[in-house]
Unconditional design. Structure first.
Length: 277
C-alpha cells in the first residue's frame, strides 16, 4: 500500500515535471513569436507618416506655382501647410526612435546639410532676389534644437544653443525666421498629447509666417490673408490627426531619394516658366 502510494506519488511528480517542462517550452515559443511580431511591426513603415510627407510636398509645389508666372494668391493658403508638416514629420521621426539611436540621427542631419547646399542654387535660379536661404537650413537648425531638448547630453545641448544663437542673429536670412527654427520642438512636445495642445505649435507656425504681415493684409481686404492665418493655426492639428488615424494608408514610401525632390522641383518649375512665359 505504501509502495503503491510512493510509486503513484513518483509518477505524479514525474508527470508534473513533464508538464512543467512542456509549459516552459510553450511559453518560450510564444515569447519568440511575440518578439518576431514586434520586430516585424517595427520594420513596417508608417503609412500615415509617408502620406504626411507627400501632402507636404504637394503643398509646397502648389505654393511655388505662384512663381511660375501666373499670380494666384489663393495658392498661398495650401502652401502654409508645407513647412509645419515637414517639421511634424521630423518631430515624428525623433519621437518614435529611441534616444540611443545616435547614428541614424547624425545621418539625418548630414542629409539635410548636404541638400541645404545643393538646393541653394536651384532655389536662387527659380526665386531670384529672395532675402532668405532655402528652407533646408531652417530644418537643420530646428533638428538641432529639438534634439537638444530630447537628448540631455552636453554635445546635444551645445549644438542646440548654437542653433538658437544662429537663428536669433540671422533671423532675416533664415526662412521662417526664429520661430520656424522652434517649430519642430513645439511639435515634438505635443506628439502624444490631447488634440488641444496643437494650439501651441499652431501659434508658433503663425509667428513663423509673419503674422504681422498677414494681419495687415487681412485689414486691407486681401482674400488670401484670413484663410492663411487659419491654415497656420490648424496645420499642426491637421497633421497630428492624419498621423493618428491614417496608419493603414499604403502611401509610397519616401526614402533618402526624396531629399533630391526639393532642388529638382525648383528646376522643373523653372523649365515650365521658361516654356510658358
Amino acid at each position: 500500500m505504501v509502495k503503491r502510494l510512493v510509486v503513484n506519488d513518483g509518477a505524479h511528480c514525474t508527470q508534473d515535471r513533464q508538464e512543467s517542462t512542456r509549459d516552459v517550452a510553450v511559453r518560450k515559443l510564444q515569447g519568440c513569436r511575440a518578439i518576431m511580431h514586434v520586430t516585424t511591426h517595427l520594420k513596417q513603415r508608417d503609412g500615415a507618416l509617408d502620406l504626411l510627407k507627400w501632402l507636404a510636398l504637394l503643398s509646397m509645389v502648389l505654393d511655388h506655382l505662384r512663381y511660375v508666372g501666373y499670380s494666384v494668391d489663393l495658392l498661398y493658403v495650401p502652401g502654409r501647410l508645407a513647412f509645419p508638416w515637414f517639421c511634424l514629420a521630423m518631430a515624428a521621426n525623433l519621437a518614435r526612435k529611441p534616444a540611443v539611436e545616435r547614428g541614424g540621427q547624425w545621418r539625418y542631419l548630414g542629409w539635410l546639410l548636404l541638400f541645404s547646399a545643393v538646393s541653394e542654387i536651384p532655389y536662387r535660379m527659380f526665386i531670384p532676389g529672395h532675402d532668405t536661404l532655402n528652407v533646408m537650413p531652417t530644418l537643420v537648425l530646428g533638428l538641432l534644437v529639438a534634439r537638444g531638448w530630447q537628448q540631455p547630453t552636453l554635445q546635444s545641448r551645445l549644438l542646440a544653443a548654437v542653433a538658437l544663437l544662429l537663428a536669433a542673429l540671422f533671423t532675416q536670412k533664415v526662412m521662417f525666421g526664429f520661430f520656424g527654427v522652434l517649430l519642430p520642438l513645439a511639435l515634438l512636445l505635443v506628439i502624444g498629447r490631447p488634440w488641444y495642445f496643437a494650439l501651441l505649435p499652431g501659434l508658433v507656425c503663425l509667428a513663423a509666417n509673419q503674422w504681422q504681415v498677414l494681419y495687415y493684409a487681412a485689414r486691407l481686404g486681401n482674400s488670401a490673408a484670413i484663410p492663411a492665418i487659419v491654415t497656420c493655426l490648424i496645420a499642426p492639428w491637421l497633421g497630428l490627426f492624419l498621423l493618428r488615424h491614417f496608419h493603414d494608408v499604403k502611401a509610397p514610401p519616401m526614402r533618402r531619394w526624396a531629399y533630391a525632390l526639393y532642388p529638382l522641383h525648383f528646376l522643373l518649375l523653372l523649365a515650365v516658366r521658361q516654356v510658358f512665359t
